[in-house]
Design a protein around this ligand. Structure first.
Ligand code: COA
Length: 162
């Protein structure tokens, strides 16, 4: 059983993340998409909201598990018996940060490989910050996120304006 971990903040999950996930599902028997709790980011959606959105968004993939973790990614990999970490590489700008993380993770746990996957070109400019910004300013996010996330963004923006 080849297990991979797909970690991130997922605030919220986008079509770009789902594109990477679909590619990972074709390579591994099981993929655990997981929220890193100790991220320095201040998320718009709570952990429970993000988990719920992820669960809805990945419904079509029976091989995918949704989770959240504390502490080091490499320790989480050990616990889950994962052989790989999946990360998306969208542009050269991602590379330096991703290389540093991959090399550090390999130093900490040489048994886990980082696998970089490239999303479809139409997602290379996408990230969660941009999606949140467009939603906050009343733009249309239909092409960037699954319908359940679009709905949640609209609701969240409304509640923040109150
Ligand atoms: N499509 C669209 N957007 C994508 C994407 C894709 N395919 N891949 C990444 N992104 C975006 C994310 O939405 C995010 O955007 P944002 O910054 O606007 O929110 C950004 O690219 C990168 O964030 P993300 O993929 O969520 O990763 P991260 O940098 O927030 O998290 C962790 C990095 C969680 C993997 C890392 O911090 C970690 O492993 N933490 C655990 C602690 C640990 O082990 N630390 C030591 C690491 S060496």
């Amino acid at each position: 059983m080849k297990i991979a971990i797909y970690p991130g903040t997922f605030d919220p999950i986008t079509n770009g993340h789902l594109d990477i996930l679909e590619r990972a599902v074709n390579l591994f028997d099981r993929v655990i998409i997981t929220i890193a709790r100790n991220s320095s980011k201040r998320p718009l959606f709570t952990e429970e909201e993000r988990l719920e959105l992820m669960r809805e968004a990945v419904k079509a993939f029976p091989q995918v598990e949704v989770d959240a973790f504390d502490g080091l990614l490499v320790d989480y990999c050990r616990k889950k018996k994962a052989i790989a970490v999946v990360r998306g590489l969208r542009a050269i700008s991602d590379f330096e940060y991703e290389l540093q993380m991959a090399l550090m993770n390999r130093k900490l746990n040489p048994h886990v490989q980082t696998v970089f996957l490239m999303p479809n070109e139409r997602y290379t400019y996408l990230n969660s910050t941009i999606v949140r910004e467009i939603a906050r300013l009343g733009g249309d996010v239909t092409d960037f996120v699954p319908p359940v996330v679009k709905k949640a963004l609209t609701k969240k923006v409304k509640s923040l304006k109150k």
